[in-house]
Design a protein around this ligand. Structure first.
Ligand code: ATP
Length: 215
């Protein structure tokens, strides 16, 4: 089974990395594919380009064979639609192997506004990660889709290539990329929220408003 976990990763942090490891273990797969979205760089804002976000991810997962960087959305450029990514993967994998996409309840709440969302269950399973404070509206389309397709155990995702939904509630670290960017811009330390290699590279490149050479 292939599993994709997408996001902006601006920058990647230990919340993302721990979740990926928990998912790998709970789903019983050898690898989780991290798929950073292509987001065009804002011209006047200090930030990271898609290539720089890729580089930070690469440094963060170096030496961890269970986490794999998938740069297809950055290479594709333009808006990153999950359905396009799943289609590409499905074409490469063939129709039989199970494929799953991971999504937090925050993003899944708007699932029926994603481009071609109704094709997603034909392409992949959906693994919904519960995030505290983001309950689903029980009357909404996403909650109903979950109820119709829900399985209780990860092993059931192996019975079919796509079309099932699983809810997981792994432990989550209270870390956000926004909090990290705010700390850097406010001259406060983001240390221990992400791997030191990521912080070293941010300082080396002067990302997120960090003056190069800052300690
Ligand atoms: P930002 O603060 O810029 O919105 P973020 O830290 O939430 O960023 P994203 O790149 O938007 O990170 O998130 C990618 C995915 O990771 C999303 O599905 C999101 O729900 C999930 N995620 C973000 N932070 C955490 C965390 N601390 N623990 C587990 N999952 C997280």
């Amino acid at each position: 089974m292939q599993v994709i976990y997408g996001g902006t990763f601006d920058p990647v942090h230990h919340g993302h990395l721990r979740l990926a490891v928990e998912l790998k273990e709970q789903l019983g797969v050898a690898t989780i594919r991290l798929v950073p979205a292509y987001v065009p760089p804002h011209r006047d804002e200090p930030g990271a380009t898609p290539e720089q976000r890729l580089r930070l991810l690469e440094l963060a997962i170096a030496g961890e064979p269970g986490l794999v960087l998938d740069d297809r959305e950055v290479r594709r450029e333009g808006a990153s639609y999950t359905t396009d990514t799943l289609r590409q993967l499905r074409n490469a994998m063939g129709s039989d192997e199970p494929l799953a996409m991971v999504v937090g309840t925050d993003a899944f709440a708007a699932f029926d506004r994603w481009r071609d969302w109704d094709q997603i269950p034909e392409l992949a399973h959906i693994v919904v990660v519960e995030r505290p404070g983001d309950p689903l509206d029980p009357e909404g389309v996403p909650a109903r889709l979950l109820a119709e397709r829900r399985v209780e155990h990860p092993s059931e995702l192996r019975h079919t290539p796509a079309g099932r939904a699983l809810i997981l509630a792994p432990p989550l670290l209270d870390i956000s990329a926004t909090g990290i960017r705010d700390r850097i811009a406010g001259d406060r330390s983001p240390r221990y929220l992400f791997p030191d290699a990521v912080w070293d590279e941010i300082r080396r490149l002067g990302l997120y408003g960090c003056p190069p050479g800052r300690r």
